[in-house]
Write a protein that binds this ligand. Structure first.
Ligand SMILES: Cc1cc2nc3c(=O)[nH]c(=O)nc-3n(C[C@H](O)[C@H](O)[C@H](O)COP(=O)(O)OP(=O)(O)OC[C@H]3O[C@@H](n4cnc5c(N)ncnc54)[C@H](O)[C@@H]3O)c2cc1C
Length: 397
């Protein structure tokens, strides 16, 4: 960091390396890779954990799972706890326990001037507010202290349903009506030729849904039943399972994709029909509309309590297409932009962790109103020269 400060070279900070905007690599700059910092200390009695930020969500979840405890991260085990936490963190426990930042109790942060600060609600409360949603703008988080919840056996896993407009809209309605123990992620996509998909469905539109009910097992079965009843499931792998099993081992697979993300307040049959039409019209090797119904614990935290300003939004939609090479990228990006425009409901709010390299105006959309002004003031105080600028940047001026 001192070298970056003295030379002016671009500084990239990497935890799990999943930045889709490419912010954790630099050409000709300095890369601060936290990957080797994977210490984790769990206090099962106090239900807290100190975690170094080279850990990925799957490692943390497996270790905490040994005590029947968990902190919620995202849908993918290989995502770094550094990046996901500092941006907010929306995953399988979001409705039951809130965002990842809602379980962040403290951080150790190396600021631009090289100081190691202990940051929590009492010490540097301005920084503690800012790092809960403001990303890597304020320093390098070396350790994070989380609250753990009792989450051992959940009713969870994958449910594959045929994706008609009716089933998509009803899925969303059921997810909104479900008890908040249940969080869902519905991927509307073309069925891949995978072993659990019967061959006659390969290439057809399906909802590949991931469900997690963190509560009593009977209640979980009852909560999942309405989804199973939406249509005859093509595959049903929802079952009682240890929570860490929601992060199965991943292939070493690095697809290149373009994504647009948004929040919407409702997703009715017309919107579901738009989703089906767009997905059928594309020939990208993989194309997905991902629907995440929010609410519950996430929405009960006051908007001004942290730098994540979208707590009242009801549904997050991510539209993605894979591409091969620069020419294909242009084609896929045009489709993704059109698709997202067709679904947008007159609001530009965006979750910073799903934002690509989309320009400064979009970063502001992540931090509407007073949130932006407060973030800029804190940035000016702790990083006046914008040392931490390779990120969804909040400039100091
Ligand atoms: C396959 C995939 C699935 C995803 N699923 C979800 C999901 O379900 N829910 C969700 O909320 N998000 C999800 N995301 C988005 C994810 O939260 C962000 O991409 C996040 O930034 C990744 O964190 P990382 O540590 O792996 O990435 P990195 O690329 O290492 O970091 C991203 C940026 O975060 C900052 N940063 C990271 N670590 C630190 C640190 N220790 N100190 C200071 N700054 C730091 C830096 O600015 C860095 O450029 C997903 C992303 C991918 C690629």
């Amino acid at each position: 960091m001192a070298l970056a400060r003295e030379t002016g070279l671009e500084l990239a900070v990497r935890s799990g390396g999943h930045s889709s905007a490419g912010h954790s690599t630099t050409e000709g700059g300095i890369l601060l890779d936290l990957g080797a910092m994977t210490a984790l200390s769990i206090d099962a009695d106090q239900r807290t954990a100190w975690a170094q930020t080279g850990l990925i969500a799957g490692q943390y979840t497996t270790a905490a799972g040994a005590y029947g405890l968990a902190t919620g991260f995202g849908d993918t085990g290989s995502v770094g706890i550094g990046g996901i936490t500092l941006g907010g963190g929306i995953g399988y426990l979001v409705r039951k326990h809130g965002l990842t930042i809602d379980d962040l109790l403290a951080a150790e942060l190396v600021t631009a001037d090289g100081q190691l600060l202990q940051v929590d609600a009492q010490t540097h409360p301005d920084l503690f507010w800012a790092i809960r949603g403001g990303g890597g703008n304020f320093g390098v988080a070396t350790r994070l202290r989380f609250r753990l919840h009792e989450v051992s056996t959940v009713v969870g896993g994958m449910l594959l349903l045929p994706a008609t407009p009716e089933v998509i809209a009803s899925f969303v309605a059921e997810a909104e009506a479900a008890p908040e123990e249940l969080s869902t992620i519905a991927n509307v996509m073309v069925a891949p030729p995978m072993p659990f998909v019967p061959p006659e469905y390969h290439g057809r539109l399906v909802i590949m849904a991931m469900l997690v009910h963190a509560g009593e097992l009977d209640a979980g079965e009852r909560a999942v039943a309405p989804f199973r009843a939406l249509a005859a499931p093509i595959a049903d792998m929802v079952r009682p399972m240890p929570y860490p099993a929601i992060y199965p081992p991943e292939q070493d697979y690095h697809p290149t994709a373009v994504t647009r993300t948004m929040f919407v307040d409702a997703l009715n049959r017309d919107a579901a029909e738009t989703i089906v039409e767009y997905l059928q019209a594309s020939d990208a090797s993989m194309r997905v509309a991902q629907l995440r119904v929010l609410g519950g614990a996430m929405a009960r935290v006051p908007v001004e309590a942290t730098a994540f300003a979208h707590r009242q939004r009801r549904i997050m939609v991510n539209v993605t297409a894979l591409y091969q090479g620069p020419e294909d990228r242009a084609v896929r990006e045009a489709w993704v932009v059109d698709f997202a425009d067709a679904l947008r409901q007159g609001d530009d709010g965006v979750y910073v962790n799903f934002l690509g390299d989309e320009g400064q105006a979009r970063v502001r959309d992540a931090y509407p109103g007073a949130t932006w002004d407060r973030l800029v003031a804190i940035k000016r105080r702790y990083d006046p020269t914008n040392l931490f600028r390779l990120n969804q940047n909040i400039p100091p001026a």
